[in-house]
Design a protein around this ligand. Structure first.
Ligand code: NAD
Ligand code: DAU
Length: 351
């Protein structure tokens, strides 16, 4: 973020005392983004809108100076109140977990499509100068070895990715119909501190720390590009400052590895035996890989700073040192989810 701050082309983000609204900032990437903004733009007012679903946790923002509004992006009144007076908006708020969308996608449609529209429409009325809609590589569908550019067609294959594609369509429509200066980002699989224990890297790490099985779907051959959350945040900041309204920006690191390699690397980092790795029944419709060409974003001056090993090791170390944060999250609601998602999978023999 610091490099981009030196740009002469930045989009009115040099205005002292401006207000930025960050939705979904009680979640993983949003909270990391807010911490980075506080560090690099201490003169800004930071407002957060988050309705604190199971994935939201105010402890992620402990000690961070923000104006926190508990509310829903799909509620027009809450959306209007939150954007009032803000010149910049970054919309992270979403249902984000693919496996949960395969159990029940209704909240995904409400937040990721209707909610995205509602907060964008409120932003139009408030005269917001730049809106970043945070989307995902998953809207392209699987790559099968080919790199996607922003000009490729969308082919979402899960209820989650279809809902994110719907949110993007609303962004383009609100941009054209009502003049919202909106950019869309499509980031790859992101890891780092404060990610919910339901996601693969935290889950594998926590289970390894507790000497429990690491449930690897299928044979662990699917590949993901692991982007450090700080690199994802600096990319979004670059787009906020220098992105062209109406454009899409891919965000990728080139840290593509298969899931078995990741599970093995986690065991190695923690000094745990690979015998903890258990192949289980695959995710239905499991996308094989996502490979993104992020030339367009790199031309704006952004580059990732974390390679695969540093991304993974620093994340694993953070979880090993922060059981005080994730310990309570793997109780309660998570236990029920875990039983539904993994009970049969872990009991049955491998595929
Ligand atoms: P997360 O699940 O950790 O956090 C989502 C946050 O949004 C939570 O704090 C939740 O309380 C809040 N929220 C949910 N519904 C809301 C609503 N209706 N109104 C207000 N707040 C609501 O998600 P994340 O992993 O931090 O992802 C953030 C965004 O980035 C999402 O849009 C996701 O699709 C996108 N993304 C994530 C990744 C990744 O690997 N995690 C990669 C690319 C893109
Ligand atoms: O690619 C961007 C996407 O990355 C984001 O849009 C999503 O919000 C985010 O959740 C993430 O989606 P994935 O499905 O890739 O992440 P997840 O951590 O759920 O899974 C990563 C890989 O690991 C995937 O190939 C499925 C596999 N996996 C996952 C879990 C939870 C397993 O093998 N076992 C598991 O228990």
């Amino acid at each position: 973020m610091t490099d981009t701050a030196q740009s002469a082309e930045r989009h009115r983000t040099d205005e002292p005392g401006l207000t930025i609204l960050v939705t979904g900032a009680a979640g993983f990437i949003g909270s990391n983004f807010v911490r980075a903004v506080r560090r690099d733009r201490p003169e800004w007012q930071v407002r957060v809108l988050d309705c604190l679903t199971y994935a939201g946790d105010r402890r992620r923002l402990a000690g961070v100076d923000v104006d926190f509004i508990e509310g829903d992006i799909a509620d027009p009144e809450a959306a209007r109140g939150a954007v009032d007076g803000a010149s910049l908006v970054v919309n992270f708020a979403a249902e984000s977990h693919v496996d949960r969308s395969l159990l029940d996608a209704s909240d995904f449609m409400r937040t990721n499509v209707a909610g995205a529209y509602t907060i964008m429409r409120a932003a139009v009325d408030a005269g917001v100068e730049k809106f970043v809609q945070v989307s995902t590589d998953e809207v392209y569908g699987e790559s099968r070895g080919r790199a996607f550019t922003e000009r490729d067609l969308l082919n979402p294959r899960s209820p989650y990715s279809a809902s994110k594609a719907g949110g993007e369509m609303q962004a383009f429509a609100v941009g054209v119909s009502f003049g919202l200066p909106v950019c869309v980002t499509r980031g790859v699989n992101t890891v780092g501190p404060w990610q919910h224990p339901e996601k693969a890297v935290p889950l594998f790490t926590i289970n390894a720390l507790r000497d429990r099985p690491l449930p690897v779907y299928g044979r662990g051959e699917q590949r993901r590009d692991r982007l450090h959350v700080q690199d994802h945040c600096s990319a979004i900041f670059t787009v906020l400052e220098r992105g062209q309204p109406g454009e899409v920006y891919n965000i990728s690191a080139g840290n593509n590895r298969d899931n078995l390699t990741v599970a093995r690397a986690i065991c190695a980092r923690l000094g745990k035996p690979e015998s903890l790795i258990q192949f289980v029944q695959d995710r239905p419709g499991h996308d094989w890989d996502y490979i993104l060409d992020s030339t367009r974003l790199r031309e704006l001056g952004w580059a990732p700073r974390y390679d695969f090993q540093t991304t993974l090791d620093s994340t694993v170390d953070w979880y090993a040192a922060n059981e005080g944060w994730w310990g309570p999250l793997v109780e309660g609601e998570f236990r029920e989810y875990y039983a539904t998602q993994y009970g049969d999978r872990l009991r049955k023999s491998p595929p």
